[in-house]
Design a protein around this ligand. Structure first.
Ligand SMILES: Cc1cc2nc3c(=O)[nH]c(=O)nc-3n(C[C@H](O)[C@H](O)[C@H](O)COP(=O)(O)O)c2cc1C
Length: 435
């Protein structure tokens, strides 16, 4: 479909809020997006830039499924299939993302948002980053970048990322930060797969894409994105990065991160900047959703019938997972807990529920905990395990954390009271209420 077509579709269906009042990229745009989340917004009149800004485009599983033309229930099998059946994208010469090429780099002219007062600087938070390695080929993932000067940024590279492995190995890498992408590319970039797998091929399997050679390297990049910020990232040239809001909606600490020297900016003539609010729904959906297929696969590998997985926003879409199973044996709940922790190493709390529980309704999950759980028999506690650097409560520096699994499934044979939720008779209200 493409992002422009998707924007038009949102506009036609009245789902896009177009703001014509002048808005600044400094604090105002981020504030409006947060205040109106999850409504998609197009800022048509940006005070301090010649270009428009769009945001809140994909704040829910529904919005991603809608773009891909599937149901939310199909997202996990569709992602798993795209990983297995990945394919090579078409290479083109004349790409929309290179209609304008600027080698006299000035990042101040780009509508990079200054999101919050305490931030260390203006931040690119929506960039899908393409990087290459002579042995492993191309990798695609997300890295935030803080602007330091007109042509200089500092980028956050978490130690266990493939990008980090490339940088450690090569010392410096050519990169392309691509902004303004469709969900097939966003989700693929947010999916962790083995080093050597080019996530652009997963994106292509989700929905065919076109790629083009970058202007300053041989990298093949999404041809239909809006902006491309090209340059080099250095292992040994570093600069303080942060503070910035992280996935947990808390402020991340300042770290000394690799420098990103920008050497070329390309974009569409009427390019639109894609904003992505840190710690908000879009960030959460893109972080949590790609972990659901790996949890789903691991739980099934334990011989448990896994029906669905929700790495839910209440758990920062990273630290909690709710797993729905069709229980066949008493031990299935505990096996599913083990599978979930293997499928998502950063997960801290896992909740396993029966097939009659709605894993997207927090009240229903809590109801299962209240009526089907006993702490002395239905819990697995894993003391002092490696947790997530994102979790402010994990042990500083080591990130050691205590992981807990909650088996909220009821016994197959009920003794005493039944576990089923009683339902009231279904009625057609129109019989009783005059419109
Ligand atoms: C919106 C968003 C922002 C992210 N920002 C960063 C970041 O700044 N640094 C980082 O190392 N990982 C960040 N990530 C996580 C990785 O990009 C993500 O886990 C990716 O799948 C890692 O890919 P890899 O396994 O190929 O390394 C972000 C993810 C998302 C969805």
């Amino acid at each position: 479909m493409g992002l422009r077509e998707h924007l038009n579709k949102l506009d036609k269906t009245g789902s896009l809020l177009k703001i014509t009042k002048p808005v600044s990229k400094r604090l105002e745009a981020g504030g409006v997006l947060k205040a109106i989340e999850p409504k998609p917004v197009l800022f048509e009149n940006v005070k301090d830039s010649d270009y428009r800004i769009m945001g809140n485009l994909f704040c829910s599983k529904e919005s991603v499924a809608d773009y891909l033309g599937i149901t939310t229930g199909d997202i996990i099998p569709t992602l798993n299939k795209a990983i297995e059946d990945r394919s090579t994208p078409e290479v083109i010469q004349d790409a929309p993302c290179q209609e304008v090429v600027e080698t006299d780099v000035d990042l101040d002219k780009v509508p990079i948002l200054f999101h919050n007062e305490r931030d260390g600087g203006p931040y690119i938070s929506s960039a899908v980053v393409v990087v290459g390695h002579p042995k492993y080929g191309q990798n695609l993932d997300f890295h935030r970048a803080m602007q330091i000067k007109k042509d200089l940024m500092s980028t956050r590279v978490v130690a266990k990322r493939n990008f980090h492995a490339f940088l450690e190995d090569l010392g410096e890498v050519n990169v392309a930060f691509c902004i303004g992408n469709t969900p097939n590319i966003l989700v693929a970039a947010a999916t962790s797969v083995d080093i050597g797998i080019n996530e652009l091929e997963i994106a292509n399997a989700l929905e065919p894409i076109r790629v083009v050679k970058a202007k300053t390297s041989n990298l093949l990049i999404p041809a239909d994105c809006e902006w491309v910020i090209e340059g080099k990232v250095y292992r040994d040239k570093r600069h303080d990065e942060g503070p910035f809001i992280d996935l947990t909606q808390t402020y991340d600490v300042i770290r000394n991160e690799p420098l990103f020297e920008v050497t070329c900016i390309t974009h569409r003539k009427d390019a639109i900047w894609q904003a992505l609010l840190p710690g908000a729904f879009e960030h959460k959906i893109l972080m949590g959703m790609p972990r659901e297929p790996t949890i789903f696969r691991k739980v099934n590998e334990k011989g448990v019938r896994c029906l669905d997985v929700n790495v839910n926003p209440g758990g920062c879409s990273w630290l909690h997972a709710i797993v729905k199973i069709d229980k066949q044996r008493e031990e299935d709940g505990k096996l599913a807990i083990e599978g979930a922790f293997e499928g998502h190493r950063s997960c801290k709390h896992v909740y396993v529920v029966d097939k009659d529980i709605d894993i997207y309704d927090p009240l229903d999950v809590e109801w299962a905990m209240a009526t089907r759980f006993q702490g002395d028999v239905d819990m697995i506690v894993k003391d002092k395990e490696r947790g997530s650097s994102l979790d402010p409560s994990s042990e500083p520096g080591t990130y050691l954390t205590t992981k807990i699994g909650f088996d909220l499934t009821h016994p197959l044979k009920a003794e005493g009271k039944t576990y089923a939720k009683a339902n009231f008779p279904k009625v057609d209200l129109s019989h009783f209420i005059r419109e």
